[in-house]
Design a protein around this ligand. Structure first.
Ligand SMILES: Nc1ncnc2c1ncn2[C@@H]1O[C@H](COP(=O)(O)OP(=O)(O)OP(=O)(O)O)[C@@H](O)[C@H]1O
Ligand SMILES: [Mg+2]
Length: 296
């Protein structure tokens, strides 16, 4: 963990005593990541929580854009048939190959389906409703849990980081994402029942580690939709820190209507409202993950 004071974008310089952050630990700004002189192979991170609406897609989009802004080559993989990540980055998916076509034919070049986003250094492997048929199609495949891993192997060398936006379930698609990944990031909404179901998620990650992907690590638990004005939000965050300790990332994402607004515009918040606290929070998350070694 970096113990450095901030030189990063948009964070106040920390003079005197470092203030306490919302997770009850000192609030570091994290230094601006050094420029990379060469690129790849990618570290692959799945954003996973079977609970719906906790900020998986919002985090994938904005973390991807933030890392891209720091010069990292990023691929964001939409692995949810809802296609929210693709839509949120303004990518059309009709009459264009998607991740589903790659799953059906792992020999196909993934670059057929990968598209550039409007953000420099950020590419997208899109999905649409076709992906909902994948579980049925793939269930009889040999090594059906490793199909996404085989797809991403072809392009890992082209990127520094690949982020996979999982669907809200622990089914075969999510197991594929976990099997393909080096790390997993768990977004948790600071709301009632935030921790409900998390034991099952951790159990699933443990099973994948045991049977399919021995090297997978928990890269962090990210508190989202935090509202410091409500006692409730603060209490939930306290419980999350009790449960996960230092695995809880220091960066906490506040609740703001800017996110729905940005999604409608098909842009990451770092482009839509770069000075907004929420954009700054995702840039800080990117710096924290680099400082923790989860990203190059
Ligand atoms: N920090 C935030 N503050 C306010 N609203 C947010 C925040 N993060 C996400 N949202 C909004 O909450 C909704 C759910 O977010 P998001 O789609 O990222 O969650 P998800 O976990 O990907 O959902 P699903 O499980 O359906 O895939 C969206 O409308 C999004 O714009
Ligand atoms: Mg989503």
């Amino acid at each position: 963990m970096a113990e450095r004071a901030s030189k990063g974008k948009g964070t106040s310089s920390l003079t005197g005593d470092t203030p306490m952050g919302p997770t009850g630990r000192p609030y570091h700004g994290f230094a601006t990541p050094p420029e990379l002189t060469s690129h790849g192979p990618a570290r692959i991170i799945a954003l996973c929580n079977q609970k719906g609406g906790v900020g998986k897609t919002t985090t994938t989009i904005n973390l991807a854009a933030s890392l891209a802004e720091y010069g990292r080559k990023v691929l964001a993989v939409d692995f949810d048939p809802q296609g929210a990540l693709s839509a949120g980055l303004g990518i059309q998916t009709h009459d264009q190959p998607t991740v589903y076509d790659l799953l059906l034919d792992t020999k196909r070049d993934p670059r057929d389906a990968i598209v550039a986003s409007s953000v420099e250094n950020l590419d997208v492997l899109p999905a649409n409703i076709d992906l909902s048929a994948a579980e049925v199609h793939l269930v009889n495949e040999v090594a059906r849990e490793t199909i996404l891993a085989r797809v991403l192997r072809h392009v890992a060398k082209d990127y520094d980081v690949i982020l996979i936006d999982c669907q809200p379930s622990l089914g075969l698609l999510t197991v594929n994402a976990l099997t393909a990944s080096h790390g997993v990031l768990i977004p948790l909404e600071c709301e009632f029942f935030a921790l409900r179901g998390v034991a099952l998620l951790i159990e699933t990650i443990d099973k994948v580690r045991d049977r399919l992907n021995p090297a997978i690590t928990l890269d962090g638990v990210l508190a989202t939709m935090y509202d410091p004005r409500t006692l409730h939000s603060r209490e939930v965050l306290e419980r999350v820190v009790e449960a996960f300790g230092d695995d809880v990332l220091e960066t906490v994402i506040g609740r703001t209507v800017k996110f729905p607004d940005a999604s409608v515009s098909g842009m990451p918040i770092t482009e839509f409202a770069p000075e907004h606290a929420a954009a700054q929070a995702y840039l800080r998350l990117a710096r924290e993950l680099v400082a923790r070694g989860a990203v190059a």
